[in-house]
Design a protein around this ligand. Structure first.
Ligand code: FES
Length: 125
């Protein structure tokens, strides 16, 4: 895959990102920035019976950061916390049909923010 090539699925998620926004009084929040590109992301979660039942995000980032976080929220919704912590950046990239090597780091932002939000929730219990 060329450095700037995006799959159709990635473009679709970039143009219509799912679960964008903020959750008031979230159970956990994850905040991640990538100093190498300046992109920035927040994920908010609500947890019920050990499952993610709401998840939203706000991002200032590239198309790959937006699309990977969008599809990550779809993949994580309804999963147990343990299952959600097993979602890897490669799984997210794969769900979009792949990412070029130079864009793989973009898929780290969402998963890192999600792990952080879950960890914060677990610490506060
Ligand atoms: S270039 Fe920064 S996350 Fe994509």
């Amino acid at each position: 895959m060329e450095a700037t090539e995006y799959t159709e699925k990635l473009i679709e998620h970039f143009q219509n990102p799912r679960n964008v926004g903020r959750i008031p009084r979230p159970d956990g929040v994850g905040v991640i920035g990538d100093p190498s590109c300046g992109d920035y992301l927040r994920i908010y979660i609500k947890v019920k019976d050990d499952r993610l039942f709401r998840i939203k995000f706000e991002v200032y980032g590239c198309p790959a950061a937006i699309a990977t976080t969008s599809i990550l929220t779809e993949m994580a919704l309804g999963r147990t916390l343990e299952e959600a912590q097993k979602i890897r950046p490669q799984d997210v990239a794969g769900a979009l049909g792949g990412l070029s090597a130079v864009k793989m780091h973009c898929s780290n932002l969402g998963t890192a923010a999600l792990y952080q939000a879950i960890a914060l929730y677990q610490q506060q219990r």
